[in-house]
Every structure is written in structure tokens, then in C-alpha cells.
Design a protein. Structure first.
Length: 161
């Protein structure tokens, strides 16, 4: 019996086993493409932050009243005229502290762990001291930016940096 080879096999002479092989040249092209994309993205972020830096918000801003924030509780807020998220913490010792809610490592959101005196960044297991904002553990390179907190009567105010 003489079998005839289908037309598509003569037009596409690559066997199925050969389709999974990647040559060094193909791998190098792919590596250059991905590296170039990452470099371009990093350059874009650097240029954007240098040219379009966020305006500093100056002045005193009301966040909430003392009755709205129980001991060990937190309140997220954004200052008027800014897009930076902040967190107000009512510590177990009665003090109020306010920090930027973005980790200084990769800008993940940070959260206060009641009873521990620590602020956690769950992305890479980073920890900050809730009293000072200093790094306690993990990859964050610097402390959390802090706002000054003032209690006037029953209201809590923060002073923009």
C-alpha cells in the first residue's frame, strides 16, 4: 500500500517533538525582550516620580473624634489634596499615632496588629514599631513616614508633613 502524505505535512515539515525545543538564540531573544520591558517600565516609574512628584500637604487636618476610634483600633484616611493613604492608630497605652499606610519596601498596605505594638506588612513579612514607625524586622529599608497627631477636645487632628 502506498500512502500519500497529506499536503499540510509537506507545507509544515516540523515534527511535533521538535515544536517544544527552544534554541539558545530564541531563548536569548526572549530574555532580551523581557529585560528590555522591565528596564523600560522601571525608567518610566523613575521619570514619573521625578517629574510629577506629589504635592506636599501642609496644615492641620481633622481625622475623626476620639469616640470613633476604640483602643487598639485603626482608621484609614487620606488628607485633602493628596492621594497618599494614611492610618491612624489608637494604641493600647492611650496614645494616637499616624503613619503612611504604604510599606517603605514595595508600597504594600500595612496593618496594625492590636496588642502587639507592631505594624505588619504582609507582602514580605516586614514589621514596624507602632510607637516610632521604625523597622523591627524584614526587608523595609527605612521607617514609615509619620504625621504629628494632636488631640483637641474630642477631635483628633494630624499635621501634614
Amino acid at each position: 500500500m502506498n500512502e500519500k502524505i497529506p499536503d499540510w505535512k509537506s507545507e509544515f515539515p516540523i515534527s511535533q517533538a521538535d515544536t517544544t525545543d527552544v534554541t539558545r538564540r530564541q531563548f536569548a531573544k526572549f530574555l532580551c525582550l523581557v529585560s528590555g520591558g522591565l528596564a523600560t517600565g522601571s525608567a518610566f516609574v523613575a521619570v514619573k516620580s521625578a517629574l510629577f512628584s506629589e504635592k506636599k500637604v501642609i496644615g492641620t487636618h481633622r481625622v475623626c473624634s476620639k469616640d470613633e476610634l476604640p483602643v487598639g483600633g485603626t482608621r484609614a484616611f487620606v488628607l485633602e489634596g493628596s492621594s497618599t493613604p494614611y492610618i491612624l492608630i489608637h494604641l493600647e497605652n492611650g496614645e494616637f499615632k499616624a503613619y503612611e499606610q504604604k510599606c517603605t519596601h514595595l508600597s504594600c498596605a500595612v496593618f496594625y496588629k492590636p496588642g502587639t505594638g507592631k505594624i505588619e506588612c504582609p507582602c514580605h513579612n516586614g514589621w514596624f514599631d507602632a510607637m516610632t514607625g521604625e523597622v523591627v524586622q524584614g526587608p523595609p529599608p527605612r521607617p514609615l513616614p509619620r504625621l504629628e497627631v494632636q488631640v483637641k477636645g474630642n477631635d483628633i487632628f494630624v499635621t501634614g508633613a
